[in-house]
Design a protein around this ligand. Structure first.
Ligand code: HEM
Length: 414
């Protein structure tokens, strides 16, 4: 195998990271990445077994040091520290409280509304396409689905939705700048994005205060009232700051990830017409196929942990206090776990475990909701336009080593 350099900030790597991931897995599975003028030194794990094991040991691999290989990326934004950057036991406590409000039932009731939103969206886009307009599949379809769902979930009334959509985009923009420290200090994050964040903070602070003043039968209302008894018998509740942190983490973590899943699904099917045929003939394959799409094109490519003590991985000692990237996307294509066809799309593949939603204490809280909306969006799309085709070559991707997603992809044929 020809050596392939792993340079996570190189545009060529970001365009197609998979050859470098394959190289790391085979030849340098516990990779030490030296510091350079762009980022401090860090380690990277790429084999399934190693990543799986590490994310399930928060007592060694902590989330509290930040989720990227840049220093203190979130601290500078002034938003609440969210669950995803906490360790047990505080993280376990918060998760139990969030679980009281964010229940599978609350997610399931959204299905009918998501379906009617998707249908009307498709009708609108089909009409514009018929009029000769260029339709951006990602920006005008995929991205609108999670934005709608998050607004529904967080109880943003119709009248405020026009304000909500730019907040989602702003948070995505800040995140997808690659958590570059320059972006976070404002030197190249647009002022618009930072203003939008401040507005969102103010909006949800007021919404939470309103739920405290008057109980409401929505997610924020449920979170405000959630209670969990601790081992010592004391009752725990979420503070306003905790609920606000939850609003931020679901908007930051639940929008672009889901939108990318929808666009990637179609891009992958485009490359494998036989697989599309299978799905069209048997739509019951779709839930499994979505896991396969996420495995091959993991929206979250990798996030960091910080070692709390010296730890041995595969015979190499990683010292305490080091950043270690969990390369979910590399692990998800490991032939040791997925066999010799790991790089190929197979909508009928049996996938007993994968790392697209991580594993262990931080396993994605929104995985059901993500799969629900992607399933509904693709069911409706493939029903209405079974052979829709994208002009992926004219598409534009985010450039981030942490999330893999799109900015825009035009529809080539509807
Ligand atoms: C395809 C879509 C999605 C993907 C690929 C995804 C992926 C992930 C991953 C990999 C993590 C673990 C982070 C880590 O390793 O530190 C995570 C955590 C999380 N996700 Fe998702 N996510 C998706 C959608 C959603 C949605 C729709 C929501 C909520 C509405 C959501 C809410 C969360 C939250 C709250 C956490 C933090 C859990 C914790 O720290 O205990 N995600 N997600």
């Amino acid at each position: 195998m020809t050596p392939v350099t792993y340079d996570p900030l190189d545009p060529a790597f970001l365009a197609d990271p998979y050859p470098a991931f394959a190289w790391l897995r085979e030849h340098d599975p516990v990779h030490h990445h030296p510091a350079d003028h762009r980022a401090p030194a860090f380690w990277a794990l790429s084999r399934f077994e190693h990543v799986w094991d590490a994310v399930r040991r928060p007592e060694v691999f902590s989330s509290a040091g930040g989720l990227t290989f840049f220093p203190d990326e979130i601290g500078q934004l002034g938003i609440p520290p969210t669950i995803v950057m906490l360790d047990p036991p505080r993280q376990t406590q918060l998760r139990a409280l969030i679980g009281r409000g964010f229940t599978p039932k609350r997610v399931a009731v959204l299905e009918a509304r998501i379906r009617s939103f998707v249908r009307s969206r498709l009708e609108e886009l089909a009409a514009r396409y018929a009029d000769g307009a260029t339709v951006d599949f990602h920006a005008e379809f995929s991205s609108t689905v999670p934005t709608y769902v998050l607004a529904e979930l967080l109880g943003v009334p119709e009248a405020d939705r026009e304000r909500f959509a730019p907040w989602v985009l702003a948070l995505t923009e800040l995140q997808n700048d690659g958590f570059d420290s320059a972006a976070l200090t404002g030197s190249h994050a647009s002022t618009d994005a930072l203003t939008a964040m401040a507005e969102m903070m103010e909006y949800f602070t007021a919404a939470i205060a309103a739920r405290r003043a008057e109980p409401a039968d929505d997610l924020l209302g449920a979170l405000v009232e959630a209670e969990v008894a601790d081992d010592d018998g004391s009752v725990q509740r979420l503070s306003d700051w905790d609920v606000l942190g939850f609003c931020f983490v679901v908007v930051a973590g639940g929008s672009d990830t889901t939108a990318s899943l929808i666009t990637h699904a179609l891009a992958l099917l485009e490359e494998a017409p036989d697989q599309r045929r299978l799905l069209l003939d048997d739509p019951s394959l779709l839930p499994g196929a979505l896991v396969e799409f996420l495995r091959l094109e993991s929206s979250v490519q990798g996030l960091a942990r910080t070692t709390l003590r010296d730890v041995d991985v595969d015979g190499t000692t990683i010292p305490a206090g080091e950043k270690v990237m969990m390369l979910y996307a590399a692990a998800n294509r490991d032939p040791r776990e997925f066999g010799p066809t790991a790089d190929r799309v197979d909508v009928r593949r049996e996938i007993p475990r994968h790392l697209s939603f991580s594993s262990g204490p931080h396993f994605c809280i929104g995985s059901h909701l993500a799969r629900l909306q992607a399933r509904v969006a693709l069911e409706e799309l493939l029903e209405a336009h079974p052979w829709i085709s994208l002009d992926a070559a004219a598409g534009r991707r985010h450039e981030s080593p942490f999330v893999r997603g799109w900015v825009s992809v035009p529809v080539a044929r509807l």
